[in-house]
Write a protein that binds this ligand. Structure first.
Ligand code: HEM
Length: 385
């Protein structure tokens, strides 16, 4: 049965026939129940993402009301992801240049090495898998930036704070989750403000930003922002890859990573094989299924008259059912000026996470017998514990 609407589709067992139907028959339409325009066809999705009147925040509301006057709101308001125009362009350019320069092979190895210090509880494999998926990519990005990461999995560890802050941004967050998010935001900002040695990328980013007159707090917020952008979407990509390996007969055993294999013995070929699965999953069962835009002034969009203040739900995953890529990347990474600059790193880190779990003896088929998608309006992210 089709999901009831494009929001419930995100966590539906198989939303893709529905998405394909929407993309083919209702490429751009008004959904009266959601009170939103919905872009589903690939041309419509690309047009919305590139249209100058389509902004990442509603007019006059740079920060969600629930986060106003909190540390979480201050952090949110500085993110390039959540700004348009010059405030976005300069800093995004610097972040994108750094991400482009990251050696993805080395990043995979960093991630693998880091897992040797993470606790893994075999009797509760599902819980450990969930913790690793959320932790390994985030800590690796922190380490690549030059931040002092610790590898504990305590509730106040960096990775846990990032997950708490990321969860607080969801419209499904309770009042309590929002309050915890504000606390986590403050802790993360304090941590990311610490001085780092001059030879670390974060230090170079701070210096380059200063030449554009960008405030140091904006760099700190966006360093934390990189960890937040990494957290749920990359965990979801790793989780959906584990599910995919479970569903394809023999796929997990053909990869050539055996249980209890020392991580420095895992070959680049095996990592590449897993990364090929990750790339397929990014196209066919993506972790980030939709994003939103808000109309800044009355205009024509995809042939329809839209009004200032209208919202648009942009179904990246629906566009992907008709055409595999946009601008040379899977649709899940977006397009236009806000396109994800971390797409290569995300796929490298998801591969390393899956690899390290297989080497710890995780069996995808066993995980897939017992999982549920986390409640979300945009992220398809399995939970195994
Ligand atoms: C599977 C993992 C990931 C997915 C699916 C993903 C997807 C996306 C999407 C769809 C956007 C654009 C949102 C929009 O236009 O409304 C975005 C933006 C962004 N992503 Fe990712 N992302 C992932 C991982 C990462 C990683 C690992 C990093 C960096 C370490 C990163 C950094 C960013 C940044 C900085 C932006 C804001 C760009 C801008 O607004 O100009 N992402 N991501």
């Amino acid at each position: 049965m089709f999901p009831a609407d494009p929001i419930t589709a995100v966590t539906h067992p198989d939303p893709y026939p529905y998405y394909r139907h929407l993309a083919a028959t209702r490429a751009f339409h008004w959904d009266t129940t959601l009170g939103l325009w919905v872009a589903a066809g690939p041309d419509a999705v690309a047009e919305v993402l590139r249209h100058p009147a389509c902004r990442v925040r509603p007019p006059g509301q740079p920060v969600p009301p629930g986060l106003l006057n909190t540390a979480a709101g201050a952090l949110f308001g500085r993110l390039v992801r959540m700004n348009d125009g010059p405030a976005h362009a300069h800093l995004k350019g610097l972040l994108a240049a750094w991400l482009d320069a990251v050696d993805l092979f080395a990043a995979r190895r960093h991630a693998l090495a880091l897992t040797s210090r993470l606790p893994y509880d075999a009797p509760w494999a599902g819980d450990s898998v969930d913790a690793w998926m959320r932790t390994v990519p985030v800590l690796t990005v922190g380490k690549l930036l030059g931040l002092p990461v610790d590898t504990s999995l305590d509730d106040d560890s960096i990775a846990a704070q990032v997950a708490t802050y990321a969860a607080a941004q969801s419209p499904l967050a309770s009042g309590e989750a929002t309050a915890r998010g504000a606390h986590a935001a403050q802790a993360l900002m304090n941590w990311a403000e610490l001085p780092v040695p001059d030879d670390r990328p974060l230090s170079a980013l701070r210096q380059a930003a200063a030449t554009f007159g960008i405030a140091p707090e904006a760099v700190t917020a966006n360093a934390v922002g990189l960890l937040v952008q990494t957290c749920e979407a990359t965990a979801g990509l790793a989780g959906n890859t584990l599910l995919r390996l479970a569903r394809e007969d023999g796929a997990a055993s053909d990869i050539g990573v055996s249980e209890d294999e020392p991580l420095d013995h895992v070959s680049d070929k095996a990592l590449d094989r897993i990364q090929a699965w990750v790339a397929r999953v990014a196209r066919e069962d993506p972790s980030l299924q939709n994003t939103r835009r808000f109309i800044a002034q009355d205009t024509t969009l995809c042939g329809a008259q839209v009004a200032a203040g209208d919202g648009v739900l942009v179904l990246l995953a629906a566009a992907g059912t008709m055409r595999p890529d946009v601008e040379g990347r899977p649709w899940t990474f977006g397009a236009g000026v806000h396109a994800c600059p971390g797409h290569g790193l995300a796929q490298a880190l998801a591969s390393a996470t899956v690899t390290s779990l297989l080497a710890r003896g995780v069996r995808p088929a066993a995980l897939a017998r017992r999982f549920a998608y986390r409640p979300s309006v945009n992220a398809r992210m399995p939970r195994f514990g």
